[in-house]
Design a protein around this ligand. Structure first.
Ligand code: TRP
Length: 447
C-alpha cells in the first residue's frame, strides 16, 4: 500500500527563495517517489487566523498555487487542493473540537507564546487572541485525519501539533470506533537534509525578518539586486575568503551540483571578489528559476486555468472526504431520522438486544446521491441500495421492504437478486446472500 504524505501551506504571503529551497522543491521531489500518494493543500482557513485582509488572502492563494505548479508539481499525480474547497474539513473539525480537552489546547506553544507576550506587556493575557488561534491545532488535526495521512512533513515548530493530532485521533477512535479505528495515527516527518537558506542579513530567511530574496517577483533584476544586498565580510578582492562561513556559499550550494560547489569554493578561497561572487550566485540561481518564472507568469495571467486545476483537485479530495464524513456522521449519531426511528422502533420491541440487530443505514455517496445499506446485527454490510436523488425515497423504500412477504419484491437473474419497489429496482445482491438478507429484513419487520 502506498504511503499517504500530506502537508499544508498557509496562504498568507508570497513565496520567497527560502520557501522554494526549504519546502516547495523537496515536497515536489518527494511527490515523485514511487509508493507515495501526496496530498498538498493550501491552508487558507488557517490563513484567516492571522490575516483579515481579503485582498492579501486572495492574492496569496493565487500566487502560491501558481508557484507550486510552475515549480513542477504534477496535479495529476498529486492531490492538490484548497482547504476551503473541502467543506468536510470544518465539519470534521467540529466533531474533533467536541472530543478535545480544553486543557490540551491551553498547552499549545503558539497560543502560550501569545499569552506570555501579553503578560510581559502587562495587558490582559488574552489580548488580541482569537478562538482561531486557540483552536488552530484542531483544524490542523482535521486536515490530516480527514485523509488519514501516514506521514506529515513539517518544520520542527509543528511537532507539537502532530502530537496533538494523534491524541485527538486516539480519543475519537476510543469513543466512537467500537473496535474499528476511524483514524490512522499520523507520523511527523522532519527532514534535516533540507536546505535552510540564510537571508540577506545571515539570519534564517523569513518574511518576519524582512530579509528575503524574492523567488519570481520582480524577475531576474529583483533577484540580482537582492543578492547584491547579502552581507559579506570586509575582505578585499584578491584576499582568500572563508567559503564555509559565507552566506553566499551556503545559498549557492542549495542550487548547485557538488562539482559546481567545489569549483565556487575554490574560486572564493583563491580570492574572488565578493561583487563577482554575487554575480556568479545570481546567475546560478537564475539558471534554475528562469524557466519556472516563465511558467509562473503565464499561469498568473490565466487564473481560470489555475481555478480548473484546483477544482479538479478538490473533486479528487472530496471523493474521499465525502464518504468518510458520512461514516463519521453515522458514528457520532448524526443520522437520518429514518435510521434512528428504525433503531428506536427496533429497540422498543426487544430492549435487551438494543443496538444488536440488523438495521438500515442511509448516507450520501460520492456523487451526492442518497443510498442505504442493510447492516447485520454485527454491523456487516448485507446489501447496498441503488442511488436516490431524494432522501425521502429511502424512507418509503426501506418501509416497503419491511412489509412482508419480502419474496414478493424480488426476481432472480443470472445469480443476482433484484429487489423492486413500485416497479423500480432499488437494490441488487448475489443470490447466495438471499437467505441471510431475508432473515435480517424479517427480524426488522417483526420489531
Ligand atoms: N500549520 C502548518 C504551518 O504553519 C500549516 C498546516 C495547516 C499544515 N494544516 C496542516 C501542515 C496540516 C501539515 C498538515 O506550517
Amino acid at each position: 500500500m502506498n504511503t499517504r504524505v500530506l502537508t499544508g501551506i498557509t496562504t498568507s504571503g508570497t513565496p520567497h527563495l527560502g520557501n522554494y529551497a526549504g519546502a516547495i522543491r523537496p515536497s515536489i521531489q518527494a511527490s515523485k517517489l514511487p509508493g507515495v500518494d501526496a496530498f498538498y493543500f493550501m491552508a487558507d482557513y488557517h490563513a484567516l487566523i492571522k490575516c483579515d485582509d481579503p485582498q492579501r488572502i486572495a492574492r496569496s492563494r493565487l500566487e502560491i498555487a501558481a508557484t507550486w505548479l510552475a515549480a513542477g508539481l504534477d496535479p495529476d499525480k498529486v492531490t492538490f487542493y484548497r482547504q476551503s474547497d473541502i467543506p468536510e474539513i470544518p465539519e470534521l473539525c467540529w466533531m474533533l473540537t467536541c472530543v478535545t480537552a480544553k486543557g490540551l489546547m491551553n498547552r499549545a506553544h503558539a497560543y502560550k507564546a501569545s499569552v506570555d507576550q501579553n503578560v510581559a506587556r502587562q495587558v490582559d493575557p488574552d489580548d488580541g487572541i482569537n478562538m482561531g488561534l486557540f483552536s488552530y491545532p484542531i483544524l490542523m488535526a482535521a486536515d490530516i485525519l480527514m485523509f488519514n495521512a501516514n506521514k506529515v512533513p513539517v518544520g520542527r515548530d509543528q511537532i507539537q501539533h502532530l502530537e496533538m493530532t494523534r491524541d485527538i485521533a486516539q480519543r475519537f477512535n476510543h469513543l466512537y470506533g467500537q473496535g474499528t479505528d476511524f483514524f490512522v495515527l499520523p507520523e511527523v516527518q522532519i527532514d534535516d537534509d533540507v536546505a535552510t537558506l540564510p537571508g540577506l542579513d545571515g539570519r534564517k530567511m523569513s518574511k518576519s525578518y524582512d530579509n528575503t530574496i524574492p523567488l519570481f517577483e520582480g524577475g531576474a533584476k529583483a533577484l540580482r539586486s537582492a543578492v547584491k544586498r547579502i552581507v559579506t565580510d570586509s575582505r578585499e578582492p584578491g584576499e582568500a575568503k572563508d567559503a564555509e562561513g559565507s552566506h553566499l556559499y551556503t545559498i549557492y550550494r542549495a542550487f548547485a551540483t557538488p562539482a559546481e560547489s567545489a569549483a565556487f569554493r575554490q574560486r572564493l578561497e583563491a580570492g574572488l571578489a565578493w561583487g563577482e561572487a554575487k554575480d556568479v550566485l545570481s546567475e546560478r540561481i537564475e539558471r534554475d528559476l528562469a524557466p519556472m518564472r516563465e511558467q509562473y507568469s503565464s499561469l498568473i495571467a490565466q487564473p481560470d486555468r489555475i481555478e480548473d486545476i484546483l477544482q479538479a483537485g478538490a473533486a479528487k479530495a472530496r471523493s474521499l472526504s465525502q464518504p468518510f464524513i458520512a461514516r463519521l456522521r453515522e458514528a457520532v449519531g448524526l443520522r437520518t431520522v429514518v435510521s434512528s426511528a428504525a433503531s428506536k422502533h427496533a429497540g422498543a420491541a426487544e430492549p435487551k438486544a438494543a443496538g444488536k440487530r440488523a438495521r438500515f443505514v442511509s448516507f450520501r455517496d460520492e456523487a451526492g446521491k442518497f443510498r442505504f445499506r442493510l447492516l447485520s446485527a454485527e454491523g456487516a454490510e448485507l446489501l447496498l441500495s441503488e442511488a436516490f436523488d431524494n432522501p425521502k425515497e429511502i424512507g418509503a423504500v426501506t418501509k416497503a421492504l419491511q412489509d412482508p412477504p419480502f419474496t414478493s419484491l424480488v426476481t432472480e437473474e443470472n445469480g443476482m437478486v433484484l429487489v423492486s419497489v413500485s416497479g423500480a429496482t432499488v437494490a441488487r445482491f448475489p443470490s447466495s446472500r438471499f437467505a441471510c438478507i431475508q432473515d435480517a429484513i424479517g427480524e426488522l419487520g417483526q420489531a
